[in-house]
Design a protein around this ligand. Sequence first.
Ligand code: ATP
Length: 366
Amino acid sequence: MSAIHLRNLVKRFGAFTALKTMDLDIADGEFMAILGPSGCGKSTTMNMIAGLEEPSSGSIHFSDRDMAGVPMGKRNVGFVFQNYAIFTHMTVRQNLAYGPTMQRAQTAEVNKKVAEMADFLQLTELLDRKADKLSVNILQRVAIGRSAILKPAIFLLDEPLSNVDAAFRAVMRTELKQLQRQFKQTMVYVTHDQLEAMTMADRIAVMDHGVLQQVGTPLEVYNNPVNTFVATFIGSPGMNLVKGTPTETKQGLRINLGAIGKSPILPPALASNLKSRNSEVWYGFRPENITVGTKADDLSLPITFTERIGARTIVHLGEGLSMKAVFDNETPVTVGKTLNFTLKPEHVLLFDGTSGVRIGMEAAHG
Ligand code: ATP
């Protein structure tokens, strides 16, 4: 069992800084997802936790033990990569038995562990099959089993499901979560897929361009994104953002959203956070919080495209605006028609028009 503490962690490759001053605490037994787009520094962070890369500066502690100079083999970490690292000339049984055998466990003990892990990962029927004859899906399951069988204090998974097919990915999301619940390891899971992070993690560390943007539970980062990056990266589809300027009307403060119309009246709490009434803001709302409107002063946009995905319909709005609404499949929507819509005040977030930082959270964002 082990907590992980990253302090002022920096990684430079020559003149390029891949990770800029990261502070992160991962609790003992926590499932932390490190989420962000390609190249944002996720793997670099993970490799430093694993001991594959040395930090340029800053520290990594496992509970109260400083990891500076401690090689990977002495860190009690299990590591699973995107490309399953297993021995293809061996059987599934030999692959699973490899770690415990290297640790000089007794044969009976090895057999017991292999049987347990095979049962857990539904590999029992395949134990005597050669790995080179197995599908990518099964190979990744074997790779996870091979690492998990050693019950490392910390389990590190770097995009382990990105090469497997969609149906299997859904199954493995559940299995990995169960694996962690059963063995109670500290789990760090690198992914660029927000759905994986949202469905599995206790907390998510969202990164962009080598900078940690926000750490929170899946619902915290969904409901309270600190900036426009997190707002659009979390959610499928992400949050709608429209540039606008505050405008005083008889009924109260609204945001003028140009061709879309004027926003509903801002609730007093949101209006009072606006330091300047003259600066542009990003007006943010989630596609699933759009309500079909009826009033003359509703917002409006043309429907340009619809995606019917079973229970939900994703409706694309406006030309080149990347705006979307999500409705159930009963709501009538016709491409080419105008959608009049409205929003509840509690579903609106405002972000600084220049920095993208959430208005009212500037101090928290540093
Ligand atoms: P991906 O999902 O594409 O792997 P990532 O978020 O894991 O993305 P990293 O692999 O951590 O990103 O890379 C972060 C940045 O550091 C990238 O711009 C990458 O090109 C750069 N980088 C990583 N390793 C090295 C290296 N050994 N030498 C130089 N640059 C590197």
